[in-house]
Design a protein around this ligand. Sequence first.
Ligand SMILES: [Zn+2]
Length: 340
Amino acid sequence: MWNVDGHEWAIAQLRSNIRANRVAHAYLFTGPPGIGKSLLALRMAQALTCERQTGDPCLQCRTCRRVERGNHPDVRVAGMETQAAAAKADEAARQKELKIATIREWQRDLALRPYEAARRVLILRDAERLSEEAANAMLKTLEEPPEFATLLLVAHSNELLPTIVSRCRVLRLRPLSREQVAAALRARGATPERAVELAAWSGGRVGWAITMLADETAQAARREQLAALIALREQDLSAGLQWAEQRAKEYRAGEQETVLAWLELWQSWWRDVVYVAAGCDEAVTNVDRRAELAALARQVKPAEALAFWQQIVMTGQQLRENVNPQLALEHLVLHLPRAR
Ligand SMILES: [Zn+2]
């Protein structure tokens, strides 16, 4: 019982690998954040160690339950979070990469024989953040891991060294359909309206949607953030510059993900404007604001909306490339198609 929403093809492949005794040394799960990669990797770790050894995790035996809680000695999860937990707070905030020291530590760990289960499994999250040095240090382990070990790499994107990717069996997880996400949400108690709304917001990232469903505060925050972004168009430029300053401050304080989430939200809004202008209403993300979108699509030319959308995408890239955040964000705000 995998208890995973969607990704049926990936589950079928993993199950058949186990049953045919053809488990790879290393698997790489890729796809956008919140799509269910880590959950699938956890389920694979359970399937590999489950006491019943049927090719599926039973989720009931002691081993499955301990792996689920993160306290089985033969299944280890490592990533930015575990690396940060081992560092001092100020240093943790500055960490942007998985370091070679982290990799060396779990390599030592992986070399030990399993204590209890049939295999040792390492789930390495945030693999796209491996420093080049750390990635190179991994190559040997990926090539010749101990026979009893399996590596499960999880990465948000395919921006990994090709030498790493080529040594893994790659499972590229795709977004689920809106209907699949909505069904998963209804199964967890969402009203039909809320399920439709969150499924549209999610872009097929079912894990993101499930987390959001349980978090009323996060839902409210998203609504407020979008309202603030929409308002910038009507307000004078100083409000926009203030917004840029605030985000730049957050960015420098280590809250990069928060700032990138703002940009993603803004991107979704202007993409919606383009969609509505083009008559593709069913593709709209912000379904709770259709009336405003329709009004905006009448005021702004589609080419202008598209250009600003591209500008937001570019700003996100610049931030990731360590451009001065304040300059990049101010530049963005200056390009906002303003109300006349
Ligand atoms: Zn089990």
